[in-house]
Design a protein around this ligand. Structure first.
Ligand code: BG6
Length: 500
């Protein structure tokens, strides 16, 4: 559909040379996601041949060590392992540079360094990737805005990792700094979920098919559930996660963006910006969240993880009940939940339809076994769609069973690329970026500020503890239970004992 195709057609005119500068190159994201994604793109012949990649960090290793470390990272995390044939070519693109994020002189040195990498001399364009926590991102954005005012380069872009700010005020500050140096079309506020094929498919599912959209409203839908569950704990990321917690890490961005795609009005054909406008309208229509609308939890053992404070109050799980006060969704609750160390690794949207208005089946028993239809949109893993519906079991007695129409992407025989491959490719090609606009990010912060403030208040009670391997604390079950509903957990593989 047009909103999709327009996102992939970029201005591919090749400037004299291009440099991708990664700020925070010594961090986890660079190792786990960015360099593995760049290597996959290179293997597929999708990286511009002249592209150089500069890892800029306070404690930069020499080039040889940087390349060795990145080869190890690619071996561990890329969907394509490094080969003797391809790695040496890719490694030559990689450079390492030490610098202080706050020092003007180090940015002048960075520019000279980047210019020096241009094969024919002169200066090219830079894609700045800020893989940094919000406070450091503010410092770097301030410097980049100054640089761009001094030397405005066509084709320069900036990508900023989430969380975009630590709260609404922080997001506003970052937006002002972005606007001081870059036009809105040159700014990518990264939410890698928006680059996932399965998430991008949400609009195709809704607006590229005649069967769903007519039913996509309060008259036919009972409730909508969005889950992003992970089995792993915080691992080696406590330094980041202790300050972020699940609300800044997953809810403010990934889950709310998915919700917006599910709930938004149809975009204008071919107009990517109208997608953003309609997502913004969803955020603005969400009723203010009260303390009774959310529940937190922390997995047992979190406080003993390396780098976690012994008395940490950082939530590793949150569940949230939202209402969208507009014509389409009035009265339909949206339940969102995300957590670490849960029973299944799973990201999905579940649409639970209303029951039929009147049971016309032969027996009371048949009426009781008829269950409402459910559309499950599995974003990860086993990506696909499942539509559950009732069928009559063959035989003399009328007996019903719920069965599924089940589509898996794996049936298509294509490998789904990593979301970060799409993020980097679009940014390098100058394609319109699929990421949230300034006003959207601020509106999403507005939605979760009651959760952020609840965590920050002095004297906050201890968080409920949940067992690793469960579906979170019992308090989460209370949110849908209040409405006479329940979380819909996947049928395959029950959670371990202790589950909510
Ligand atoms: C990141 C979060 O944005 O998303 C991580 O910082 C989380 O904590 C990750 O593990 C999940 O992404 P995915 O693509 O593996 O579902």
């Amino acid at each position: 559909m047009s909103v999709e195709t327009s996102a992939s057609s970029g201005d591919e005119a090749s400037p004299a040379c291009r440099t991708l500068v990664i700020f925070g190159a010594s961090g986890d994201l660079t190792r786990r996601k960015l360099i593995p994604a760049l290597y996959s793109l290179d293997r597929d012949g999708l990286l511009p041949p002249e592209l150089r990649i500069v890892g800029f960090s306070r404690t930069a290793p020499g080039n040889d060590d940087f390349r060795r470390g990145m080869r190890e990272a690619v071996r561990e995390f890329s969907r394509r392992p490094p080969t003797e044939a391809d790695w040496p070519r890719f490694a030559l693109r990689l450079h390492s540079l030490a610098g202080d994020y706050a020092r003007d002189a180090d940015y002048a040195a960075l520019q000279r360094f980047a210019d020096g990498l241009c094969p024919r001399g002169g200066s090219g364009s830079c894609l700045y990737y800020l893989a940094l926590p919000p406070a450091a991102a503010e410092t770097v954005l301030g410097q980049l805005a100054r640089l761009r005012r001094e030397r405005p380069g066509p084709g320069d872009r900036v990508l900023i990792e989430k969380p975009f700010g630590s709260d609404l005020e922080g997001a506003r500050r970052l937006n002002r700094l972005c606007a001081a140096g870059f036009g809105e079309s040159e700014i990518g506020r990264i939410d890698h979920y928006l680059a996932k094929d399965t998430v991008r498919n949400l609009l195709v599912l809704r607006f590229g098919n005649a069967v769903f959209e007519e039913l996509w409203n309060r008259r036919h839908i009972d409730n909508i559930q969005i889950t992003a569950a992970e089995t792993l704990g915080v691992g080696s990321r406590a330094g980041y996660y202790e300050a972020a917690g699940v609300v800044r890490d997953m809810i403010q961005n990934h889950l709310l963006q998915i919700m917006a795609l599910v709930a938004m009005e149809p975009p204008l054909p071919g107009d990517l910006d109208s997608v953003r406008t309609h997502r913004l309208e969803v955020f603005k229509s969400i009723l203010p969240v009260g303390p009774e609308d959310f529940a937190f939890g922390q997995y047992r053992g979190y406080r003993a993880e390396p780098g976690v404070a012994p008395g940490s109050r950082t939530p590793t799980f949150a569940a949230l009940r939202l209402e969208v006060a507009n014509w389409r969704w009035q009265g339909v609750p949206f339940y969102l939940r995300s957590g670490k160390a849960l029973g299944r690794r799973l990201s999905e949207v579940v649409i639970r339809f209303k029951s039929v208005p009147l049971c016309l089946l032969e027996s009371e028993q048949a009426c009781q076994t008829a269950r409402p239809n459910t559309l499950g949109i599995r974003l990860h893993p086993d990506e696909g769609l499942r539509l559950a519906f009732n069928v009559r079991l063959p035989g003399c007695e009328q007996r019903l069973e719920q069965t599924e129409l089940d589509f898996r992407y794996s049936q298509l025989g294509v490998e789904l690329p990593e979301a970060y491959e799409r993020v980097l490719l679009d940014a390098l090609r100058g394609a319109p970026l699929v990421f949230p606009r300034a006003d959207e990010v601020e509106a999403a912060w507005q939605v979760v500020m009651p959760l952020v403030e609840a965590g920050a208040r002095p004297g906050t009670p201890e968080l409920p503890v949940y067992e690793p391997g469960s579906w979170g604390p019992a308090e989460a079950a209370a949110l849908p239970a209040r409405d006479g509903r329940a979380w819909i957990n996947p049928p395959d593989g029950p959670p371990k004992p202790g589950a909510a």
